[in-house]
Write a protein that binds this ligand. Structure first.
Ligand code: SF4
Length: 178
């Protein structure tokens, strides 16, 4: 099982684990152009084997990995669900960007849709919080030139973070004991 951040989904490690049939635990990409309140990619049925994508109203289009699928404007124009699906200009249909790694993305979407999958994903939340704290402390830029010094810097920040956590827990323990 590999818990990994989305930013590393294209890594050789992910590819290797996936090829060997291991479980990858990560949130899928939301997809370019996906807007809150409109159908997301998970509302479409992606058939990786046939290379087709079916919209919530049953329109089917073929797809190529990494390409943008354009649904037929003649179907989208009068569609009863258009307002829930696209803000495309009149005369245009819904478009959906397909990932280069669409089979993996589909697995990740399926994982996210099951209760067991969501519980497994939540196991990473603690790690994400720690990373967010480190990112806050570090800021958006590397402090030094070169990997060696920056690795040292990251370890130093992690040690400070851990010491603060220990001190906080001891304080809380002390308050409870009092
Ligand atoms: S607007 Fe187009 S893509 Fe969206 S549900 Fe309707 S027919 Fe399907």
């Amino acid at each position: 099982m590999l818990f990994i951040d989305r930013a590393y989904l294209n890594s050789s490690l992910t590819e290797d684990v996936n090829r060997r049939g291991g479980l990858i635990v990560c949130k899928p990409w939301r997809g370019a152009g996906m807007r809150p309140g409109l159908f997301g990619k998970r509302d479409f049925n992606v058939n990786v084997r046939d290379g087709t994508i079916t919209c919530p109203m049953g329109e089917v289009e073929p797809f190529e990995p990494g390409a943008v699928v354009h649904f037929d404007p003649e179907a989208c124009g009068p569609c009863a669900m258009r307002a829930n699906c696209t803000q495309a200009a009149s005369g245009k249909g819904r478009s959906v960007t397909m990932g280069d790694d669409e089979p993996l993305q589909k697995k990740l979407r399926t994982l996210q849709q099951t209760r067991a999958g969501r519980e497994t994903l939540r196991e990473r939340v603690a790690v994400e919080h720690r990373l967010a704290h480190l990112a806050n402390r570090q800021g958006p830029k590397a402090r030094y030139r070169g990997t060696r010094r920056n690795t040292f810097d990251l370890r130093r920040l992690s040690a400070i973070q851990n010491l603060e956590t220990i001190a906080r827990r001891e304080r809380q323990g002390g308050l409870r004991a009092a």
